[in-house]
Design a protein around this ligand. Structure first.
Ligand SMILES: [Mg+2]
Length: 190
């Protein structure tokens, strides 16, 4: 059956890790407080975890695809240490103005375009309507809206975005911790 899985899509910079410009060294990664607890809870609730990130630093020549791949594998490993499986990280290296050579182009993948999310939906048979996108920018919300993602959560503690396409604006990850199912009963097997 098509489209039966739900996913939690996550922006990377400003959600997974503290945003610094053109992050590429693992020594510079500072994970946001509560991100492991949050993703672990959604994983337990049956959500696939997918990271969706613009990486124009590649197109600008600040770091290579290989550098990015190594950092991504390290980040996935840090999640694994917490028992959390990140299904995939999708990235877009292009920039329409500042990309160098072949990297200078409009891309259907670059947020606010929905291309990366649509690819993940197709690859993993995700039901967009029952899925969530968690991001810290209006461009994340726009991309999620255009991909048909039902729940679009804007994490914006500094209130710098408009929140226009968000279905919910939060100041803290604890606000979207999935609630334990009240009807959950441990089956009697004795
Ligand atoms: Mg961000």
């Amino acid at each position: 059956m098509k489209h039966e899985k739900k996913a939690l899509f996550l922006d990377r910079d400003g959600i997974i890790n503290r945003e610094i410009n053109y992050l590429i060294r693992k020594e510079d990664v500072v994970f946001l407080t509560g991100i492991f607890e949050l993703t672990a809870a959604y994983q337990s609730a049956g959500y696939l975890l997918v990271i969706i990130t613009n990486q124009a630093g590649i197109g600008r020549g600040y770091y290579s695809e290989e550098d990015f791949k190594m950092l991504t594998e390290w980040i996935h490993g840090e999640f694994r240490k917490h028992g959390i499986n990140i299904a995939a990280t999708y990235h877009c290296p292009y920039h329409p103005v500042n990309g160098i050579g072949e990297y200078r182009k409009e891309s259907p993948d670059r947020k606010p375009n929905p291309g990366m999310i649509l690819k993940a939906i197709d690859t993993y048979d995700i039901d967009p309507g029952s899925s969530m996108f968690l991001g810290d920018r209006d461009t994340d919300m726009q991309a999620a809206f255009r991909a048909g993602i039902g729940e679009r959560v804007l994490y914006d503690p500094e209130k710098r975005e408009t929140g226009e396409q968000a279905t919910r604006i939060i100041m803290d990850f604890s606000e979207i911790m999935p609630k334990p199912d009240k009807d959950f009963v441990i089956p009697f097997t004795g």
